[in-house]
Design a binder for this molecule. Sequence first.
Ligand SMILES: Nc1ncnc2c1ncn2[C@@H]1O[C@H](COP(=O)(O)OP(=O)(O)OP(=O)(O)O)[C@@H](O)[C@H]1O
Length: 210
Amino acid sequence: MATALEIRHLYSERDERVLFADLSINLRPGEILQLAGPNGSGKTSLLRILAGLSSRYEGDIDWCGQPLRHQWVDYRQRMLYFSHGSGIKPQLTAVENLRWSCAMRGQAVTDGEIYAALDRVGLGGFGQQACYTLSAGQQRRVNLARLFCIDACFWLLDEPFTAIDLAGVAEIEHWIAEFAEGGGMVMLTTHHPLAIDRPVIRVDLGGGIS
Ligand SMILES: Nc1ncnc2c1ncn2[C@@H]1O[C@H](COP(=O)(O)OP(=O)(O)OP(=O)(O)O)[C@@H](O)[C@H]1O
């Protein structure tokens, strides 16, 4: 299948320290890529570049064969970024957070779809609760529920397992595999050894590509 995301000769530095240089990555529909590397090696920096939140780089990024900067509108509709922060507004309820996330993308969503997404992440019954009253792991799960109510073909996941219990980690791994099986693309960072029943491309920012 044709490459959807092509990164060529990417270079980025922070405070005169090179994070990565000459980094090239191809990602095709159905592929899962794990960014690995020690703390501070630039994983989040790379995901923020790909999420359009940072322009601290040199090099080329193409989306579906065109420079990303020309494809921005299409790309933003198809990419879903999950940051390593909680990603939610604590004063809003879980349902309001998800409604807000969808509205920000101009995507229509029904209450039924929102409650189904909350059910999938184990938060059935918590939809009307202000998020500051939820536990850290439950707040992360509200954010994860976006995976099920936002249409996207590319998930960019920064440390999706943080604060998630062991059963939840296995579930997320299953969701990633299922998404890729359906043609979705995933790029994620994690220090957790992945147990996914599909090939995972590993890019080590402290080393090479394997
Ligand atoms: N807002 C910032 N201001 C200054 N330096 C920053 C900022 N954000 C990140 N950096 C620096 O950029 C480097 C890469 O950070 P980054 O968060 O990308 O690493 P990481 O590989 O995701 O690390 P971790 O595994 O700890 O999450 C670090 O040295 C960090 O100090």
